[in-house]
Design a protein around this ligand. Sequence first.
Ligand SMILES: [Zn+2]
Ligand SMILES: [Zn+2]
Length: 134
Amino acid sequence: MTHRVTLSVKCPHCGHIFIDNSYQINGKPAIKVDVKTPRELGTLWLCPIYDCFNHESSIEIREKEVVEVFCPHCSHTLVRDILCKVCNAPMIGFNLTAGGKVNICSRKGCHNHYLVFEDVNVALRLFQEKYENL
Ligand SMILES: [Zn+2]
Ligand SMILES: [Zn+2]
């Protein structure tokens, strides 16, 4: 059985929810953020399904390139002072609307990501609800 958890994420600074109802990936509204490469600025859409790495962007992001991600609402950076344990690039952090956080690596092609819950009950509830909705 494949269990797919759809993440609803928001800005840790202003609380803006990063969902773009007009843009879908895998049939789900995508997570929309601003992205910056060493060359240009653009928009990045991420699949909201945890463990899915599909994404699309309005600009070219080269393989292995480290990008910076910003909130499209308040323009704060979402880069955290945590480094990826796999490739040493900075991690990008989103807050989950259900509580807790999800951190993803800022390097294209690196699939390191993890959820952080201060309250284990929030984690249980999140996963349980999704199982029941299958
Ligand atoms: Zn914000
Ligand atoms: Zn990494």
